[in-house]
Design a protein around this ligand. Structure first.
Ligand code: SIN
Ligand code: FE
Length: 294
């Protein structure tokens, strides 16, 4: 039986405007404590002409998602030009609203924020076939094998845009510090020379730091542990269509169990931009290991 986490791990918010008239330190505090912010009243209108975008036939072979980069180039698309134009403006509209929410609610984050490409995920989660390490239906914190980030935070805004009433179902796991305490002892010692070699053969885009080594170790160990997946403290949570939710995905353990058609915007920000840097995974890991990790 799964232990149920206290549902204070998700903070429900009924605001109806993406633009906040004043900074929301209370929300930042929740996010930085690893909570998910769930908005159930933010409007996102879908034009009738956009209904034809709800198909996974517009996904190029082998692509998991469609993504719009900062220059407005749409990647992962196959199909007619008019649909490409419509899809780009559909995704761009979401990006604008997500930016407005983050800028207005968390001005401190925006001083040094980097905006990643915006994605539209038209595939049914349950149909994905993936290796264990790539399987996002397993509880994990985000850490990427090829992209060391040196402690930089990963903030994500999600929108369930499903037109058929289908929720996106997530599992949300225990606090980061509990996860770190559980898995750190089993992670192989960091080797600078191995990190150097991985960088030389371009497995990584830059040198993997000890922080990145630990985060990836935690990510993999969580996903590979069937007993942990089944029995660790966790909450199953449904995001109904038109839900918008935010979390620091490098901190909040999450697993996407089912759902189709979602938008997602990622932001990267330095630990120094947080309201409470001591809650970051970097600070937690440095505290637990008693050493500097970057
Ligand atoms: C993930 O970030 O692990 C997946 C989120 C989702 O597809 O809902
Ligand atoms: Fe993830």
């Amino acid at each position: 039986m799964n232990q149920e986490l206290n549902s204070s791990f998700v903070k429900r918010i009924s605001d109806t405007s993406w633009h906040q008239p004043a900074p929301r330190l209370d929300w930042a505090q929740s996010l930085e404590a690893g909570e998910v912010l769930h908005f159930n009243g933010l409007p996102f209108a879908i034009a009738q002409s956009e209904e034809r975008l709800f198909t996974d036939n517009l996904l190029a072979p082998k692509s998991r998602n469609l993504s719009l980069d900062s220059r407005g180039v749409l990647k992962g698309f196959q199909g007619p030009e008019d649909l490409k134009v419509d899809l780009s403006s559909f995704i761009l509209r979401f990006r604008g609203l997500a930016n407005d929410l983050v800028n207005s609610a968390f001005p401190r984050y925006c001083e040094e924020i980097r905006i990643a490409p915006t994605s539209f995920r038209p595939k049914e989660v349950e149909s994905r076939k993936q290796s264990v390490r790539a399987d996002d239906r397993r509880l994990h914190v985000d850490a990427f094998p090829s992209r060391p980030n040196y402690g930089e935070r990963i903030l994500r805004v999600f929108l369930n845009i499903n037109p058929n009433g289908k929720p996106r179902v997530w599992r949300i796991g225990e606090p980061f510090e509990d996860i770190a305490n559980r898995f750190i002892p089993g992670i192989k010692k960091y080797s600078y020379w191995k990190a150097k070699a991985l960088n030389t053969i371009q497995v990584t885009k830059s040198l993997r730091s000890e922080y990145d080594h630990l985060m990836l170790g935690i990510h993999d160990a969580m996903k590979q542990n069937d007993a942990y997946q089944k029995s660790s403290p966790q909450l199953t949570y449904e995001f109904a269509p038109h839900s918008v939710w935010l979390c620091f995905s490098d901190q909040t353990a999450h697993a996407a169990m089912s759902g189709q058609f979602m938008m997602e915007q990622t932001y990267h920000l330095p630990v120094s931009s947080l309201y409470n840097p001591s809650s970051s995974p970097l600070a937690v890991l440095e505290r637990l290991t008693h050493k500097e990790l970057i």
